[in-house]
Design a protein. Structure first.
Ligand code: SAM
Length: 344
């Protein structure tokens, strides 16, 4: 009989690792590239785009293969995942998968714009979703509409957040992408929102991943400035990281009420501990948000590749995962696909 220690040792050796020795435990899967918002820093706002979705069974097979390789956290994203028919079935099926090298249950999270969340929250929880992140770029309704280009969106999203908290999906994380001159006036109001609604607000520096050309270094609101502004609301206290590959630096206030995360991929890149890979809605493996090319998994599956062949292909591809991104450096090349196609 194999001892527990030997099993653990073999497991570590078999885990999916990139060419830099980093264990890959975190997969983001885009289940659609359709979206009901046209956020100004993400989409062109033009109608008539072509969309690509795969059958739910194909996404489920991709997830199963990755879980067998050592993925422990799955984040469903898009496009807007709540638009995807069959999403609850996919979550149910995923919740039955067991991580290959850990006794802990699989962590199944989702990132959504929250527009359709209120009536769905309990069903998502019952299907097996463990955590939810809602994107919300302003707490002032007018500013929010200017960003999403959908009237009445703020109230819908706020109600979605409250429904998710009530359904037991809390504490909900609320992601806010900050753009200088557009919503940076909202920093103090978000501090109050975190304290009043008991949610974790996370400010994210805008990255060059838009369909239009809106990004420049000047649009980024750096972490130092966000912290200085929060400190003026109340003294800010740093919280310890939950784990090494955590992307957010965590803070609370001196009375312990509210939690703010700052994700600074541009001004303080955290690539060194990256444990993530992504699969796009058309079934392509992307090893970094800023990769210049993707690797077709769905095509191979369609041509009859068996699971063992897919596993070995994935192991080969991740050997070449980028060490880090080069945003802001001379010669940086923006990826040809935007965030909405890659899956945030
Ligand atoms: N529709 C879902 C949503 O709104 O959360 C999921 C997909 S969306 C592309 C995922 C996340 O990426 C959102 O929080 C969005 O704000 C963020 N995002 C989009 N473009 C970005 C950019 N250029 N820089 C940083 N974050 C971005």
């Amino acid at each position: 009989m194999v001892s527990a220690a030997l099993h653990a040792e073999c497991g570590e050796a078999l885990r999916l690792r990139d060419g830099h020795g980093r264990a890959l435990t975190d997969l983001r899967l885009s289940v659609t590239d359709r979206c009901n918002y046209r956020c100004v820093y993400c989409r062109t706002g033009n109608e008539g785009a072509q969309f690509t979705e795969l059958p739910i069974a194909t996404y489920a097979r991709i997830l199963r293969i990755f879980v067998s390789l050592g993925i422990e956290k799955i984040r469903l994203t898009g496009g807007e995942p709540l638009l995807r028919e069959g999403l609850l079935d996919l979550i149910r099926e995923t919740a039955e998968m067991r991580p290959a090298f850990s006794d802990a249950p699989l962590d199944i999270a989702m990132t959504t714009n929250g527009h359709l969340l209120a009536p769905m929250a309990r069903k998502l929880k019952a299907a097996g979703l463990t955590r939810i992140t809602v994107s919300m770029d302003a707490v002032d309704p007018e500013t929010f509409t200017r960003i999403t280009r959908v009237p009445g969106s703020f109230e819908r999203v706020r109600d979605g957040i409250r429904a998710a908290q009530d359904a037991g999906l809390g504490p909900v994380k609320v992601n806010c992408v900050l753009l200088r001159g557009f919503n940076d006036s909202q920093i103090e109001a978000f501090a109050e929102f975190s304290r009043n609604e008991n949610v974790i607000v996370r400010f994210i520096e805008c990255m060059p991943l838009e369909e239009d050309r809106t990004w420049s270094p000047a649009t980024v609101v750096p972490m130092k400035e966000i912290l200085a502004r929060l400190n003026a609301v109340r003294p800010v206290v740093a919280l310890p990281a939950n784990h090494l590959s955590e992307t957010a630096r965590r803070f609370t206030f001196d009375d312990g009420v509210g939690e703010i995360g700052i994700i600074a991929p541009v001004s303080e890149a955290f690539c060194g501990h990256c444990s993530r890979v992504r699969v796009t809605s058309d079934g392509k493996l992307r090893t970094c948000l800023f990769s210049q090319s993707d690797h077709d998994l769905a095509g191979h599956m369609l041509r009859g590749a068996k699971d063992v062949e897919m596993e070995s292909r994935i192991r080969d591809i991740v050997q070449h995962k980028e060490a880090r991104h080069h945003i802001g450096e001379p010669g940086f090349l923006k990826p040809s696909r935007s965030m909405v196609h890659i899956g945030g």
